[in-house]
Design a protein around this ligand. Structure first.
Ligand code: AMP
Ligand code: MG
Length: 302
């Protein structure tokens, strides 16, 4: 098995594809950073198949984290916990915390069980590119650089996991995702969104990097009426129907479909030589908050 040999393996999850290696094998984890061109101060998420793995990864797990685990594991939620001494500092980028997630995807679970060890894994894309939501996107970015791609369907959620920091006085959402702020607050009412200026910088160094950005310019619009001078090199994605239709467009039937197809749409638009991608803004609730976060990052309008 590739993991036992110290190699990296790309695998499907319900959020995006991950690029994994044995969390305790520093040489293997280094290969992830090399393949992606990922800066070393951007920590990785540790993926687990069983709760029992937490004992080796984290220590003094707060009660609130246990509540979130009970409610949302397995699923698209990552918890930041106090790190145990067994997790190499390359994984946490020198932080004294560790991010842990238990994916619900059947192939991810089978892979983790077969590996028999916790797996450190960021998204399986070149650093700075939109996360890979299909095995084809993984191949496009990492072919020749990694040993194995486990092929699965396109990622059903399509946006990265919600990241909640459980090391402070109140749980703080460092990254929005499919588990919404409202769902977290139903478990722990004081859960809050981190203020990116105050908290995210020291707490989550990776968040400072431009993520999710296609090569084309992303233009956020509140209404399709704002699309002007559309050319054959313009694209549109959103819930409403633009009139006249654009040469390259995707009309989504729901917020979930919009989220699921966003990153693959960005990649397809780049491949088609599109110069401008118009993206319709959505209300900031439920997964709409995560979608708007990725749209703002892609348009650099933070
Ligand atoms: P990716 O899987 O590529 O989305 O990258 C994982 C992201 O998880 C990083 O960019 C960080 O923002 C976040 N993360 C991982 N470990 C930690 C940690 N110990 N503290 C805070 N955020 C973390
Ligand atoms: Mg990533």
């Amino acid at each position: 098995m590739f993991i036992a040999k110290g190699e990296c393996v790309a695998f499907p999850t319900e959020t995006v594809y991950g690029l994994g290696a044995n969390v305790f094998d520093v040489t293997a984890v280094k290969k992830i950073f090399e393949a992606k061109g990922r800066p070393s101060d951007n920590p990785l998420i540790v993926h687990i198949a069983h709760d029992s793995e937490l004992a080796l990864l984290a220590q003094r797990i707060p009660d609130v984290a246990h509540e979130f685990i009970q409610k949302f594991f397995p699923g698209p939620l990552t918890l930041v916990l106090p790190k145990s001494k067994f997790v190499p500092s390359i994984v946490s980028a020198g932080l004294n915390s560790v991010a842990v997630r238990m994916p619900s995807h059947s192939v991810a679970q089978a892979f983790l069980r077969a590996a028999g060890v916790s797996i450190a894994a960021p998204s399986a894309n070149l650093s700075g590119k939109p996360s890979a939501t299909s095995w084809r996107a993984v191949k496009e970015d990492l072919d020749g650089k990694i040993s194995c791609i486990l092929k699965g369907d396109d990622s059903p959620i399509g946006l990265e996991s919600t990241v909640v920091d459980c090391t402070g006085k109140v749980p703080l959402v460092l990254r929005t995702g499919a588990i919404s702020l409202e769902q977290l607050q139903a478990v722990h009412a004081r859960t809050a969104l981190a203020n990116p200026k105050k908290t995210a910088a020291p707490k989550s160094p990776g968040m400072k990097y431009t993520h999710y950005a296609p090569t084309a310019t992303v233009v956020l619009i509140d209404s399709v009426d704002e699309i002007r001078r559309a050319t054959k090199k313009s694209a549109y994605i959103g819930l409403s129907m633009p009139s006249p239709a654009l040469h390259f467009q995707k009309i989504c039937m729901s917020l979930e479909e919009y989220a699921q197809s966003l990153f693959s749409f960005f990649r397809d638009a780049d491949a088609a030589g599109v110069t401008h991608i118009y993206c319709e803004c959505v209300p900031e609730q439920g997964i709409g908050r995560a979608l708007m976060d990725r749209l703002r990052k892609a348009s650099s309008r933070l």
